[in-house]
Ligand binder design. Structure first.
Ligand code: GLC
Length: 427
């Protein structure tokens, strides 16, 4: 791989910057990705925080590695499920808070290569992403419960803490050096120190994140880095929520969301979100030009639970006929076009897509959010023409069929006289 070597930090390398902008555009257009939380915690099946929450003695937890031998691990199958769901990238937990590495690390024995599985699960996953044409992302937890010094903290144990920082840097750089091109690096929990509360503004300093991220960018020109190493980097990552706006309006964000109430495999958790809700959340992200990273928690054998697969298949079916309203839509933060209680409006050039949570019972729809002239209205996916006219502030669409044509959210495509402009209420 060619590296940026002419400048001291990759941030200033023009080639790196151009590649990064292009990748950010592709990432932003992609809209929809698969988050995969998978590791030893899948065996007890009580979520990925089980070691910490149940205070499992480290030696006992470590024994799970002797059982972790996922014979049905087939990341090509994961990638196919993702692609058929309309997802365009994946992000796998290379290492979660428990410290167990799904990759071949030289800095710990606690890896899938040195224990029962005897496989580099990350290498196989990355091959699968590439084979299925998906952008490849890796999640890496800065928090590491497998290092005793992590719990003592830098004040009580400065040299132990240095070991934590070194391991964080070295393992991240292993992932960046040994596996070919990586598109996305999703750090987690640099700011969250269990033994002393959070690090707040000192996070990046405590972990020396600036130095590390500059090295990451040298090794992987164009890589996208999230905002959880204590530095804002390329994009924000709100969790379990689709915010109306983010503090810095100019940045894109990616909402990561679970399908039930856990990230890791949880046998007893049947609280699955409906496909309808998942589609609405995806649209809410698209309406802000942001992404939706939807999580799956495969079982100990590497199989994605059936309720997740079912929902993903249904989302894929909807996206095949309504994807125009989602992929590549514009970044509007905040989006002034929300059609309260009825749905949302996503925009793209001179196009607007009215996404409807409820079907009209009158054959008619009225919206007041657009200042534009609406030249034509069509129902997706058939392209059936609808009548449209303006009455003052109101755009009135008529001729809707009596019964909802789509199983989930319906979409009316509007041709506008120019880029969408919001119309505010005067009273
Ligand atoms: C939180 C949790 C973690 C999960 C992550 C996903 O930080 O600690 O378990 O991986 O959110 O965004």
């Amino acid at each position: 791989m060619r590296r940026c070597s002419s400048v001291r930090t990759a941030h200033h390398c023009p080639r790196e910057t151009a590649m990064r902008q292009e990748r950010l555009k592709n990432f932003n257009d992609a809209r929809f990705g698969m988050f995969i939380h998978w590791g030893l915690y899948a065996i007890p099946g009580r979520g990925e925080w089980v070691r910490y929450q149940e205070d499992i003695p480290p030696a006992e937890y470590a024994k799970l590695a002797d059982q972790f031998n996922p014979r049905h691990y087939d990341p090509r199958a994961w990638a196919r499920i993702a692609r058929e769901a309309g997802m365009r990238y994946m992000v796998l937990t290379a290492k979660h808070h428990d410290g167990f590495c799904l990759f071949d690390s030289q800095h710990t024995e606690f890896t899938s290569v040195r224990t029962a599985a005897r496989r580099d699960l990350v290498a196989e996953y990355l091959d699968a992403c590439r084979a299925e044409g998906l952008m490849a992302g890796l999640y890496f937890s800065v928090k590491d419960w497998s290092i005793p010094a992590y719990f003592r903290g830098p004040e009580a144990d400065p040299s132990g803490w240095q070991e934590c920082v070194d391991r964080f840097h070295r393992q991240t750089l292993e992932l960046m050096s040994n596996y070919g091109p990586i598109d996305i690096l999703f750090y987690d929990c640099a700011d969250d120190a269990d033994f002393r509360g959070g690090w707040g503004e000192r996070t990046a300093e405590v972990w020396d994140s600036e130095t590390l991220n500059a090295k990451v960018r040298q090794l992987q020109p164009g890589i996208l880095i999230n905002d959880r190493s204590g530095l804002p980097e390329d994009y924000a990552t709100p969790e379990q929520t689709v915010p109306m706006e983010v503090p810095d309006d100019t940045r894109m964000y990616e909402s990561c969301v679970t399908m039930n109430d856990n990230w890791g495999y949880a046998i007893g958790d049947g609280n699955w979100k409906s496909t309808d809700l998942l589609i609405r959340q995806l649209i809410a992200c698209a309406a802000r030009g942001s992404n939706y990273l939807l999580n799956v928690g495969p079982d100990p054998d590497g199989v994605i639970p059936a309720p997740s697969v079912d929902r993903l298949r249904e989302m894929g079916g909807w996206l095949r006929t309504h994807g125009e309203a989602v992929y590549g839509t514009e970044r509007l933060l905040p989006n002034y076009f929300d059609v309260h209680s009825t749905g949302r409006i996503t925009t793209k050039g001179k196009q607007a897509f009215l996404t409807l949570d409820q079907w009209s019972t009158t054959g008619e729809l009225v919206i007041t959010q657009l200042a534009n002239e609406v030249l034509a209205a069509r129902l997706l996916p058939t392209g059936e023409q609808l009548s449209v006219h303006r009455e003052g502030r109101r755009v009135v669409i008529t001729g809707l069929p009596a019964h909802s044509p789509a199983r989930y959210v319906n979409v009316v495509e509007l041709d506008l006289d120019g880029p969408a402009r919001p119309q505010y209420h005067s009273h």
